[in-house]
Design a protein around this ligand. Structure first.
Ligand code: 9MG
Length: 264
């Protein structure tokens, strides 16, 4: 899954695809095409940054950004579009336009989001986040981070099923970097296979995150190699979908790992 942030302020790549409020369509299509050529099966389009301190975006602004990207990419590229949003209007319109997946870092907890997800009939990804982005790093007090995050996800899966989402339409995501300390993030990755007992595909997003900066001391633009290493470790521990900024490098890393596993 390649990351396409149509935002001015995302933590790693904000502002590259938008300038003075306007989408840079040529650059966006070029980036999307390159990610698909490099091996991305899914592109994750986001119109609102989840970075702590990011400027709030109105639903209309988010809608304009996301729909601009969806309408540009869908007719031109053979790829599944995932929509990174917590906003019901964006879920509804993107689904109508042909999006293939809803990725909500708030696990469809905003008012109206669950109904929009059910009405879309799309597959959905449920992520754990301990609190809203501005406060989440104050909420890292877990008895056992894996057991607690798993319990949260199990509960949200039950809520979704109750609301009418079929089990085979759901994915879970532990939410690396969303209200976890550095050591909790690495513990979740080390014990990732424990999440598999929920019986759902696991999505992992560790690309260029601060858990890498904390260990390497590198800025986000220099975290490509360790991101690819963590992607391989996640795949080896049963992740099905890996959300990345650097598709080519990750695809190469996964290819040599698969060859090592006998998949030549
Ligand atoms: C939008 N977004 C940023 N980081 C993410 C992650 O780790 N997982 C998912 N599902 N979405 C993310």
């Amino acid at each position: 899954m390649g990351v396409l942030n149509v935002t001015p302020d995302s933590f790693s790549d904000g502002g590259q695809l938008i300038s003075r409020g306007a989408i840079l369509y040529d650059r966006l299509l070029e980036r999307a095409s390159q990610m698909v050529a490099d091996g991305a099966a899914i592109l994750d389009i986001g119109g609102e940054s989840t970075r702590p301190g990011a400027a709030p975006v109105s639903p209309q602004e988010e809608l304009d950004r996301v729909m601009g990207a969806v309408q540009l990419i869908l007719p031109r590229l053979d790829v599944i579009l995932s929509i990174d949003t917590s906003t019901p209007e964006v879920m509804r319109e993107a689904a109508q336009a042909g999006a293939g997946l809803l990725n909500d870092v708030r696990a469809f907890s905003r008012k109206g989001a669950m109904a929009a997800a059910v009405g879309s009939h799309l597959p959905i990804s449920l992520m754990h986040m301990s609190d809203e982005p501005n406060r989440m790093q104050e909420q890292t007090d877990y008895a056992d981070v894996v057991i607690d995050v798993k319990a949260f996800l199990e509960h949200r899966v039950a809520v979704c099923r109750e609301a009418g989402v079929a089990k085979d339409q759901m994915m879970i995501d532990p939410g690396f970097g969303f209200g976890k300390t550095v050591s909790q993030n690495y513990e979740m990755l080390r014990r990732l296979e424990e999440f598999a007992s929920l019986g759902l595909p696991i999505l992992v997003g560790v690309s260029r995150k601060s858990m890498i900066g904390a260990v390497t001391g590198r800025p986000s633009s220099k975290r490509v190699v360790p991101s690819a290493v963590l992607a391989v470790m996640a795949a080896a521990r049963k992740a099905s979908v890996i959300r990345v900024h650097d598709v080519a490098e990750t695809a190469d890393a996964l290819a040599v790992w698969r060859a090592t596993e006998g998949e030549l």
